[in-house]
Write a protein that binds this ligand. Structure first.
Ligand code: FSX
Length: 362
């Protein structure tokens, strides 16, 4: 596709129907919590879009983020959006290798200096630069060089956003996040290990149509990370009734009760898994019977304690939930109202509810 063609022209050429395109815009608007009136605005802006140059740098990562993006099953329109972005450099997806690949990066930087979008996945060795190099250039040097000419940076995955698994103790590379090194550019964090593909695409669409999205205190787009998994979890009614699975194969687990006691990090994890889900909206970990691991939060892995409940004693949480669900019980209602108020305030201010908050509330 020529860089001069707009997305509208390209879609027409490829025989993508107007209906499919508007459906994509409607889904994206809904994920961004925008009113239906904004659907035509998104469509009109995207249609006129000429391919912005995107340089994608991969550092210390497992390629899960790119795998996530490319494993979207039938998201052909999303693929087109990505075709429409001029992805000028991406280790895993580009055909060029060696010096030709590096030449493509340098050329894209020169031609679009000040205007290209830099996407980064993976953390960066902050101390020993020799741990990870590309074409003989340390990750840190390459990031600083490419970031200097970027209009904005999108940090994809928990590694780029917060350091992720490479930063886990003992952190042999001294891994740091993009925002630890770059202080003078707008940075949008899309954490998750890996992030939800529709969220990566949604954030890029939001950025291309309306500019930088509203971010929370951790640099995450509020539209996708404004609610905790717990807030939107379909097992939430069981939590409110104090009905918990105590093991992976007990009666509670079979009945689909709340996984809180099995270590679910849903109450302290902010992401869109419970609404957007995975594999084209098929399911998400909790729906498959596994507690949320909190992969989109800072210190994912070290802070994991994957199968340890967030709060102890868990019996108290159960009682709290039962009380909160029984509106006639004054003590329970007050406790529930207090927790709800804390959560509403946190969502409004895009703050996180922490484990300590839960302990205090319980
Ligand atoms: Fe990290 Fe992504 Fe986890 Fe893997 O690029 S967020 S280890 S899914 O690959 O960086």
């Amino acid at each position: 596709m020529s860089k001069d063609k707009t997305l509208g022209e390209t879609l027409q050429e490829r025989g993508v129907s107007r209906r499919s395109f508007l459906k994509f815009c409607a889904t994206t608007a809904s994920m961004m919590a925008l009113p239906p009136a904004m659907i035509p605005v998104i469509a009109a802006t995207l249609e006129k879009l000429r391919r912005p140059s995107v340089i994608w740098l991969s550092f210390q990562e497992c390629t899960g983020c790119t795998e996530s993006l490319t494993r979207s099953h039938s998201a052909t329109i999303e693929d087109l959006i990505f075709d429409t972005i001029s992805l000028d450099y991406h280790h895993t997806l580009q055909a060029a290798s060696g010096s030709a690949a590096e030449h493509a990066r340098e050329e894209a930087m020169q031609e679009n200096y000040g205007n290209y979008i830099l996407v980064v996945d993976g953390s960066i060795p902050g101390e020993n630069n020799g741990y990870s190099t590309i074409a003989g250039i340390s990750n840190k040097a390459m990031l600083l060089e490419v970031a200097a000419g970027a209009a904005a940076i999108v940090a994809v995955g928990s590694c780029a956003a917060f350091g992720g698994i490479p930063k886990a103790d003992p952190n042999p590379t001294g891994a740091v996040s993009v925002s630890d090194l770059i202080k003078d550019k707008p940075i949008v964090n899309i954490p998750g290990c890996p992030p939800i593909p529709a969220v990566i695409t949604g954030v890029l669409v939001q950025f291309l149509t309306f500019g930088l999205p509203e971010l929370d205190q951790l640099g995450r787009p509020a539209a996708f990370y404004g609610n905790s998994i717990h807030d939107r979890c379909y097992r939430r009614p069981f939590y409110d009734k104090g009905l918990f699975a105590d093991s992976f194969d007990d009666e509670g687990a079979k009945k689909g009760w709340c996984l809180f006691k099995l270590g679910c990090k849903g109450p302290t994890t902010y992401n869109a898994c419970a609404t957007t889900k995975w594999n084209d909206g098929t399911s998400f970990p909790i729906e498959a019977g596994h507690p949320c691991l909190g992969c989109s939060e800072p210190d994912f892995w070290d802070a994991g304690s994957f199968y340890k409940a967030l709060s102890t004693p868990t019996e108290d949480i159960g009682k709290t939930a039962v009380y909160a669900g029984a509106a006639g019980l004054i003590a329970g209602a007050a406790l529930g109202a207090s927790l709800r108020a804390r959560k509403q305030s946190a969502v409004k201010n895009h703050e996180r509810v922490t484990i300590d908050d839960l302990d205090q509330e319980s």
